[in-house]
Structures are given as structure tokens and as C-alpha cells.
Design a protein around this ligand. Sequence first.
Ligand code: MG
Length: 159
Amino acid sequence: MAVDRLRIGQGFDVHPWSDDPQRPLMLGGVCFEGHRGLAGHSDADVIAHACTDALLGAAGMGDIGTLFPDTDPALAGADSIDLLRKAADQLEAAGWKVFNVDCTVVLDTPKLAPRRHDMELRLSDATGAPVTVKGKRTEGIEAMAAGVCCYASALIGAR
Ligand code: MG
């Protein structure tokens, strides 16, 4: 594949911790039972959201807020893995192939390592390409511990 047919995309997302004890924590399509959840209109899955933006950015197809507005009542509590899958399907329909997506998630708890494989499987299934997830601590920076943020990079190519 010629290099000029490759595109890279960057995605970022952040959600604050929720005060609602009923709110589940969804990360990378995996529910972390018993852990405080994140606030948001959808299921607040920061990893899925960052991946979606990385893909859309790489293809020049806008961003997650344009495709799935957080003012849309139909998207309240939405499964963000579904949104990621829809975005990946739109890329494919537009002639793009996803090669891989790599994510860095910034948080202190929960520990991601025991569920890393589950998250990578769900994200890879949604994008149709390998997705990798790495965890990073907030290192005592208080503002960063007020929620969870995720950075994602995606590589795509024209089919
Ligand atoms: Mg989001």
C-alpha cells in the first residue's frame, strides 16, 4: 500500500466521576462491577469515545459529537461500543480500512490489567482491527483524578 494512502487520527475524551452510586463504570466495552461510574449522556465509555474520534479524524469524517450528538435523547445511556462500531462501518463504507488503534487511559482505579484483554477484544471486534489499551496513573495530579481521560491513535488506509 502506498504511503500517501495512509492516514493517522488522534482522539481524546474525558468524563468526570459520577456522584450517582447506581452509575456503572464502562471502559472499553467492559463493565467494572462495584466501581464508581463516570458521568455522561451515553454510557460515558471514554475509551470507546476516544477510539471513535481517532477513526473519524483519520478519515476526515468529523467527530463523535457530530455523528452522535449528546443532545439526542435516543442516545441517552447509549452503548458506546455500538457507536464505535457504527463509526467503523461508516469508514469502511467510505473506502477506508482500519489497521489498528492504540489507546492510553489515565486513571488510578480500577486496575485495568485484569480486564485489558476483555477490553481489547470488545474494541477490536467493534473496529475490525487490533485495538490496544494501556493504563497510566495520574501521579498525584489532582485535576486528572477528577475523572478518566483517554487518548487514542488510529491508523487507516484507503482500500
Ligand atoms: Mg465522551
